[in-house]
Design a protein around this ligand. Structure first.
Ligand SMILES: Cc1cc2nc3c(=O)[nH]c(=O)nc-3n(C[C@H](O)[C@H](O)[C@H](O)COP(=O)(O)OP(=O)(O)OC[C@H]3O[C@@H](n4cnc5c(N)ncnc54)[C@H](O)[C@@H]3O)c2cc1C
Length: 390
């Protein structure tokens, strides 16, 4: 099967589908090659947060804030329910050491324009009547939101197909060659795509795509396990994390004393209520290669921790567990932009634990870069070249 398109997108997760959608909107012809089912990677085995509070001031927070604004418009634009909710978020604080660090973190975010504050026990217990009584304070931000990544991908897919997008499932990319100013992408089952540009959006597998061209794309899988509860009535007003969760992302010094096992699985805590009433309980951060199995010991530890923070969860049933691979880079920031020396080759990958939040802004920005539209100087710091001397 031969295709001639403006752009070939490799990978059908939140990133590839968003990039394809914005490229089609800009008038490009697009084919998406996906090695398995669309959405079978991290984007269907993850939490659902558009979490602003976890981002350090700088490009990460700026992009998340812009993405949130886009999300507010997307249900209407895509003509679909994408499970977008703004329940707000709280980072619960266990001791004075965490409080001091969170006060500094919040101060930086406020000066950057984020609507977030530290609240005392009264507000915490009013908004979270079931949280453990030993908590001393919390952060609160009304802006933290969420989206259902499955509904989001379906909406991008449907809109894309309506705009003429081809999607080839079970078509892993096997070979990529540059001929003049064109690219030839070969997929399994005799698929050949001739195109002007390629967008690598293969998540945790993006390094494998780079290898096909001798390009080092330093992205590795960081496994996360999640437990899903039965549907229950809300047990609090907002979604919740712990200060230790923020620490596991940015500053290990806030971590409370932890067992060797908690360190080994990178135990964190994220607790969000979906629009259907199921709670998502996450998660781990493991160096486990591409092993996608969940395991009883890690899930049991996550649930034990959940009962410590929310004793009422003792009465709630878990209906399923899942594991996914965050596409992780060495500095925790995504790789977005054109690859030096390979005109027409773009990367939109490596978003680690923020890919759902950053999907629209990444898709739109990379589409503009492919089209040569707009000014994207700020993305220089996210280009692959930042790793070339490390
Ligand atoms: C436990 C967990 C919790 C998370 N929670 C959140 C959260 O609350 N908020 C948030 O913003 N983010 C969260 N994330 C991160 C988010 O899920 C990811 O950043 C995001 O899904 C990455 O999307 P992607 O499209 O880059 O990758 P993926 O969804 O992994 O998509 C990549 C696709 O490329 C395909 N592919 C691979 N190789 C090839 C090939 N050779 N040829 C063709 N196709 C190929 C794969 O099959 C896959 O479908 C979480 C992740 C995990 C694991």
């Amino acid at each position: 099967m031969n295709f001639k398109k403006d752009v070939c997108v490799i990978g059908g997760g939140v990133m590839g589908l968003a990039a394809a959608y914005y490229l089609l909107k800009a008038g490009k012809t697009v084919v998406v090659l996906e090695k398995a089912e669309v959405g079978s990677g991290a984007s269907s085995s993850c939490d659902d947060m558009i979490l602003l509070q976890s981002k350090k001031p700088g490009i990460a927070l700026t992009l998340a804030m812009e993405s949130l604004e886009m999300y507010k418009e997307l249900p209407d634009e895509l003509g679909a329910d994408i499970g977008f909710l703004s329940l707000g978020g709280m980072i619960i604080i266990e001791d004075e050491k965490q409080l001091k660090i969170m006060e500094d973190f919040v101060k930086q975010q406020v000066s950057y324009g984020l609507d977030v504050e530290i609240v005392g026990r009264d507000t915490l217990y009013k908004k979270q009547p079931h949280v453990a009584r030993y908590m001393i304070a919390s952060t609160y931000s009304a802006t933290d939101s969420q989206v259902n990544p499955l509904l989001l991908m379906r909406a991008f897919l449907r809109n894309g197909i309506n705009m003429g997008m081809d999607v080839l499932r079970y078509t892993p990319v096997q070979e990529i060659n540059q001929t003049g100013d064109h690219w030839m992408v070969k997929g399994e089952n005799g698929v050949n795509v001739e195109c002007d540009s390629i967008v690598i959006a293969a998540g945790a597998w993006s390094a494998h795509i780079g290898e096909l061209m001798g390009i080092d794309i330093p992205i590795r899988p960081i496994k996360g396990q999640v437990a899903v509860t039965e549907q229950i009535a809300p047990i609090g007003e907002t979604n919740c994390w712990t200060a230790a969760y923020i620490a596991s992302k940015h500053d290990p010094s806030i971590m409370p004393d932890r067992s060797e096992y908690d360190k080994e699985i990178g135990l964190g805590f994220a607790f969000s209520r979906t629009s259907e009433g199921n709670y998502l309980i996450g998660s781990t951060r493991e160096n486990a290669g591409f092993d996608k199995t969940t395991n009883f010991k890690a899930i049991a530890r996550m649930l034990e921790q959940t009962r410590q923070y929310f004793p009422i969860m003792n009465k709630v049933n878990i209906i399923r567990t899942m594991a996914g691979f965050r596409p992780g880079t060495k500095d925790g920031s995504p790789i977005i932009g054109e690859v030096d020396g390979f005109p027409g080759l773009f990367i939109a990958a490596g978003h680690e634990g923020d890919g759902v939040a950053l999907s629209p802004i990444t898709g739109k920005s990379v589409a503009e870069m492919v089209c040569g539209a707009g000014e994207h100087k700020r993305f220089d710091q996210l280009n692959l070249r930042r790793f070339s001397n490390n």
